[in-house]
Design a protein around this ligand. Structure first.
Ligand SMILES: Nc1nc2c(ncn2[C@@H]2O[C@H](COP(=O)(O)OP(=O)(O)OP(=O)(O)O)[C@@H](O)[C@H]2O)c(=O)[nH]1
Ligand SMILES: [Mg+2]
Length: 336
């Protein structure tokens, strides 16, 4: 199962208590205060890891608690610190405060960490309170409470290219044709329920990630079809490819406009991203639709690529177009 949001509670450990103690040794009369400080409570951190793919673990383990620090002891012995708890999440996870929505971190690199709940400070033992005039203090502090908060974890796929379109347009077929991904493909709408990712090789050193986004229909922003939940994944893409079914009996322009409307209704800035149109299924009768598309997209400055994802016609021209789109897109191209 693909889990892309999780709400969790994190509790850092309480600081250990400071100790009240006096040195007592046979030949040392009136030994001074020697109560040690308490240890710091364990903190909770979130760390990005390439080996984690989904948020399934945090989804099921809803509370993460770090252990407290140990209490201080006599002979100025400091209590041991509580061990930190590290929650591992996939690259591309955004961490928000569950109550305020404030973004606490956006983990895009391997082993990048954010501290989400700081462990409580250990209390000072009585040794720490001794002064020249106050030689036998009997006071010590309690440890401080650890921080505690609710977090919202959201996974946003890190893909450079996003394939969008109506259900059944052939997005998954195109992903399969461009990359080694093996998404489910079928002749019914909403086959793709979660985004699929594949890696497209332009050359040995130039590779980009392509995401196949579940089908979008008019009203998706009000929850129709699968809704817009998955659009959060395309917030980060750099080029949007509209996959259009131009075979006879379909209305690719209506499909394009519906999808564009939903992208606008989603309310995040996607408008500035370069767009390409892939006129798919040209192995089927399509002449009238192709002519309509050509004049429509030419008027909007959107490059149009007639393709057949199924037979492979036109894919190398589309790849060149993608490469060019990426070079025009804002942001650095990621070469892995
Ligand atoms: N003839 C022909 N059929 C195609 C082509 N591309 C896709 N199809 C068929 O169209 C149907 C839908 O393809 P998918 O790739 O599952 O479509 P999708 O856009 O991913 O659909 P959803 O996941 O439901 O949104 C399948 O039966 C494919 O075999 C094409 O170029 N030519
Ligand atoms: Mg699909």
């Amino acid at each position: 199962m693909f889990i892309d949001v999780a709400r969790i509670r994190v509790k850092a450990g309480h600081g250990g208590k400071g100790c009240v103690s006096f040195r007592r040794e046979k030949h040392v009369p009136r030994g001074g205060p020697d109560g040690g400080n308490g240890g710091r409570g364990g903190s909770v951190l979130v760390e990005a890891s390439r080996s984690v793919r989904t948020l399934i673990d945090p989804k099921y383990q809803q509370v993460y608690r770090a252990p407290g620090g140990e209490h201080g002891q006599g002979k100025k012995k400091r209590g041991r610190d509580g061990t930190d708890v590290v929650i591992r999440v996939p690259l591309g996870t955004v961490i928000k405060d569950g109550e305020t929505g404030e973004i606490l971190g956006d983990l895009t690199e391997e082993r990048q960490q954010v501290l989400v709940a700081r462990g409580g400070r250990g209390g000072r033992g009585n040794a720490a309170f001794a002064t020249a005039t106050r030689r036998a203090p009997r006071n010590a502090e309690d440890g401080a409470a650890g921080e505690e908060r609710t977090l919202l974890l959201e996974l946003k796929l890190l893909a450079e290219i996003g394939l969008v379109g109506a259900p059944n347009a052939g997005k998954s077929t195109l992903l399969q044709a461009l990359t080694a991904a093996q998404p489910k493909i079928a002749d019914y709408p909403f086959t793709t329920l979660v985004p699929n990712l594949g890696v497209l090789d332009f050359s040995l050193t130039e590779r980009v990630t392509v995401a196949d986004i579940p089908g979008l229909i008019a009203g998706a922003s009000e929850g129709a079809g699968l809704g817009l939940t998955f659009l959060r994944h395309i917030e980060r893409v750099r080029v949007i490819v509209h996959v259009l079914d131009i075979s006879e009996g379909h209305d690719p322009l209506k499909a394009f406009q519906d999808v564009e409307e939903e992208l606008t209704a989603y309310g995040r800035p996607l408008g500035h991203l370069p767009r390409l149109a892939a006129a798919n299924k040209i192995d089927l009768p399509h002449e009238k639709n192709l002519a309509r598309c050509q004049s429509y997209f030419a008027g909007r400055g959107i490059p149009l690529y007639p393709i057949s994802a199924l037979t492979g016609i036109g894919l190398s021209a589309l790849k060149d177009g993608l490469r060019q789109g990426l070079s025009l897109a804002p942001g650095q191209k990621e070469v892995r």
